[in-house]
Design a binder for this molecule. Structure first.
Ligand code: ZN
Length: 239
């Protein structure tokens, strides 16, 4: 249990919690001081230090703004990194299909798109394969997974893709994870994890959320290195 708080610490903590209900990142020291009428930013910083020492918040030393309220209704503040219920081991075929998804990712790079590729497979047949097209289509929903799901569903003439496995070179985001659940995809295999937006094990795990009516088996890390290298190379070249 975290240690009890002084009145000033409680005030700061309450403000942090309220703020984090509406914002992804915590407020700056100056914002906290301004809101609570504490003139000295050093005073605010020392209160934050005390909250961290007492175990109420967690801070990342390299980035002073990166902090997380640990106690007090964590679901309503900043949710802690969620784990998928479990990850399955890769099957012998997984690397072969992921290689094909990587080829799609490389095709994306040739048209100056973020190199992410996806392949949707059922019983050894490719139903659809695609790559990220957000810039080309001026469409924020143009992720590789979305395009593959749309194409496969149109081809199958049905909104459900039961019995399929989706291979994707990057961990799906919230949108794609939602689409995977809606499409009733059976298995998801991804290469690189995405600590910034990944919702299949990194920031959360929509595809295995028990509250939803469909859950997906997940395997991660298949050809993680080449998929990650491709993305790093892409962003490095454009910096
Ligand atoms: Zn996505």
């Amino acid at each position: 249990m975290p240690e009890p708080l002084t009145e000033a610490e409680r005030e700061v903590l309450d403000y942090l919690i309220e703020y984090l209900r509406q914002n992804t990142y915590p407020p700056s020291v100056r914002e906290i001081g301004g809101r609570l009428g504490i003139r000295s930013t050093r005073k605010v910083a020392s209160i934050l230090d005390d909250l961290a020492v007492k175990g109420w918040i967690e801070r990342t030393p390299a980035r002073s703004r990166a902090m997380r309220v640990l106690a007090l209704d964590p679901v309503e503040t900043m949710p802690p990194a969620a784990e998928c219920a479990r990850f399955d081991d890769a099957t012998p075929d997984d690397a072969v299909w992921m290689q094909r998804a990587l080829e799609q990712a490389r095709a994306a790079e040739t048209v100056d798109e973020i190199p992410v590729g996806a392949v949707l497979v059922r019983a050894g047949d490719v139903l659809a394969e695609s790559y990220n097209l957000t810039r080309t289509l001026s469409d924020p929903t143009g992720h590789a997974e979305m395009i593959a799901i749309r194409h496969a569903a149109a081809r199958a003439n049905g909104a459900r893709l039961t019995g399929t496995t989706l291979y994707v070179t990057l961990e799906p985001c919230a949108m794609c994870a939602g689409a995977i659940v809606l499409a009733r995809i059976e298995r998801l295999v991804y290469a690189a994890a995405d600590p910034k937006t990944g919702m299949c094990g990194s920031l959360g795990c929509i595809v295995q959320d028990r509250r939803l009516n469909h859950r997906v088996r997940v395997t991660r890390g298949v050809l993680e290195q080449p998929a990650g290298d491709l993305l790093r190379g892409f962003f490095h070249a454009r910096r």
